[in-house]
Design a protein around this ligand. Structure first.
Ligand SMILES: [Zn+2]
Length: 283
């Protein structure tokens, strides 16, 4: 990330300021919010041709302002998800980018960078210790989070297709499963689905809901009934393998950081939680 020094005097997302007329000479200078460039985990590689982010490696954001904070006043989970989309729409300098189309990993990188521009890199969150399970407060340094290489599928011998999907082999059922990357729109729809289930007091089914969304075909078959019966019959071992490989190949931000438990002195890596005070820090 680097600060953009060249935009002073330019209106964010707009035209250059009009040439000042003599009678306006006494007016105060226009305030300009600084901007910076955020590296996209996908490096634009996973967007189809014709998409505004196709092969785009970095994207410019405006630093968060007090006005942007107003958007974040909501507390309900779903409303929080929508508020974050609205916030990102506000801070992106290029208005042609549709937030709904952003790949989840790229969106995470933008959320992280925006948070750092608004509240700095220090982030105190409650962590459940992997060893003693106590809930302890820990201060993370968000500047330590880094984006993953975009071609990790090569390390894992996973085929990337021309449609930007991955082919993952599951051993128990001995089948090839084609999976796709999720977008911000998928994420919001999954939140809406779990919200509907919660209201109707239906059991949670987060894992299978996610599989339903990422699986494009099974053994080349794209029929949704066929895919559904595969999901219903999928052994837990295959499901775990699929999800673990998926997480390891999808371009994203690596949120793992060293953690030391204040209760039992356990030391190890934990994932920085997107907790309640990520955008809503206790002050
Ligand atoms: Zn502990």
């Amino acid at each position: 990330m680097r600060n953009n020094q060249d935009r002073l005097g330019a209106v964010p997302g707009g035209e250059n300021p009009p040439i000042q007329q003599p009678q306006q000479a006494e007016q105060p200078l226009q305030f300009v919010t600084p901007t910076e460039f955020v590296e996209l985990p996908s490096r634009g590689k996973f967007y189809p041709e014709g998409h505004p982010l196709h092969n785009v490696e970095t994207i410019e954001i405006r630093h968060m302002t007090a006005k942007d904070e107003d958007i974040l006043t909501s507390t309900a989970l779903l409303r929080k998800g929508i508020a974050i989309d609205r916030l990102l729409r506000n801070v992106l300098v290029d208005r042609s980018v549709n937030i709904a189309d952003l790949l989840v990993g790229d969106k995470n990188a933008l959320i992280l960078a925006t948070r750092v521009t608004g509240y700095g890199p220090d982030y105190e969150a409650s962590v459940s210790c992997p060893s003693c399970t106590s809930s302890v407060n820990f201060e993370f340094d968000l500047n330590q989070c880094h984006i993953t290489p975009h071609d990790r599928h090569k390390e894992h011998d996973i085929v990337l297709t021309g449609d930007n999907t991955f082919i993952i082999h599951v051993d128990k059922l001995d089948l090839d499963v084609e999976v796709r990357l999720l977008t911000s729109k998928d994420e919001i729809e999954m939140l809406q689905l779990s919200e509907r289930k919660r209201k109707k007091k239906l059991p949670e089914s987060h894992l299978t809901d996610q599989l339903r969304r990422i699986i494009v075909s099974v053994s080349g078959n794209i029929d949704r009934h066929y895919i559904e019966s595969f999901i219903q019959a999928m052994p837990a071992l295959d499901s775990r393998k699929l999800r673990s490989i998926y997480q390891n190949v999808v371009p994203n931000v690596n949120m793992d950081q060293e953690f030391v438990c204040s209760e039992c002195s356990y030391e190890g890596e934990v994932s920085v939680p997107f907790g309640a005070n990520f955008f809503w820090p206790k002050r």
